[in-house]
Design a protein around this ligand. Structure first.
Ligand SMILES: [Mg+2]
Length: 300
């Protein structure tokens, strides 16, 4: 996968259709050098639409590597930290050295680590508003982007990579502007994407022109789980019963499926109305104390 396409975590339209009607994978064939070269160039585009983490099912066995999130509801500081999962460090070989410093006195409290939440705590003013948090995916949920020219792009952004400038053509899902305006009045809106900030930030500067989104979370805020980027809502620093995610990839919300509103992957269907059709349902979520009571029924 090229460095360019690795900025974006997308599902391709082709692979999205394959989910519905899986076909056997073709047997790789040796190709002439000229064709290999042509395909390598093509991969700059194709990789952004090739099989991505969105499509990789978890392996049937193996150790779980989820980083357990801190319990929701606490306070703490803000920005998204690196959630990369590393194996536990090996203990060093014992070597002679100074005597270890004495631990806490028996009966004393162990030192508490300050939890790092992905979102800043609510201000006193925000606490009074008691808003629920709506987490929105970006690619194939709100927009579809292409590294090759598309005639009906709504806007174009430029990305600098290794000293070169690349254009990214962005289509907006029908109704996305109205959808953003409406949810912005009622929810704390967060964009949570597995793509990189280098791509998503300039895109959101244009898409979110009214600055409805309170926080942008990128790939490094995801938890890696069996090769997938999972958006662990328990790390937000918000009550789970007040947190909702809308995402086209079920892997994204696999840790909290009862907080999710699934949405189909969108590429270019101009008749699509899913975002606007969700607004009444989102209004109903404002009326309940625990959104999972409704969302678990929806996915059942
Ligand atoms: Mg997506």
């Amino acid at each position: 996968m090229s460095a360019l396409s690795s900025l974006v975590t997308q599902v391709s339209e082709e692979d999205d259709k394959k989910k519905a009607a899986p076909t056997p994978a073709p047997v790789p064939q040796a190709r002439p050098a000229a064709e290999q070269k042509r395909r390598s160039c093509w991969s700059i585009f194709c990789c952004c639409c090739a099989k991505t983490a969105d499509d990789e099912p978890p392996p049937p066995q193996g150790p779980e590597v989820k980083v357990p999130g801190p319990a929701p509801g606490g306070g703490g500081g803000g920005g998204g930290g690196d959630r990369k999962v590393d194996p536990p460090p090996k203990p060093a070989d014992p070597v002679p050295g100074p005597a270890p410093t004495p631990g806490p006195a028996p009966g004393s409290e162990p030192p508490q680590e300050e939890p790092k939440w992905l979102l800043d705590p609510f201000s006193d003013e925000e606490k009074k508003m008691n808003k629920k948090t709506l987490v929105l995916d970006l690619d194939e949920t709100l927009v579809h982007s292409s590294f090759t020219y598309i005639p009906d792009a709504d806007f174009v952004i430029e990305i600098e990579l290794d000293g070169a400038i690349y254009k990214v053509y962005v289509r907006k899902r029908p109704g996305v502007d109205e959808f953003m305006r409406e949810v912005g009045k009622k929810f704390e809106v967060v964009i949570f994407t597995a793509s990189l900030a280098k791509y998503a930030d300039p895109l959101l500067d244009i898409l979110d022109k009214d600055r409805i989104v309170k926080k942008r979370l990128f790939r490094e805020a995801c938890v890696q789980h069996y090769g997938n980027y999972v958006k662990d809502l328990s790390l937000l620093g918000r009550k789970l019963e007040h947190s909702i995610i809308i995402d086209n990839s079920p892997f994204s919300y696999m840790f909290q499926p009862d907080n999710a509103i699934p949405i189909t992957s969108w590429f270019n269907d101009k008749s699509d109305r899913q975002l606007l059709e969700l607004l009444p349902f989102l209004d109903s979520l404002l009326e309940v104390d625990d959104v999972t009571t409704l969302l678990s029924q929806k996915s059942a």
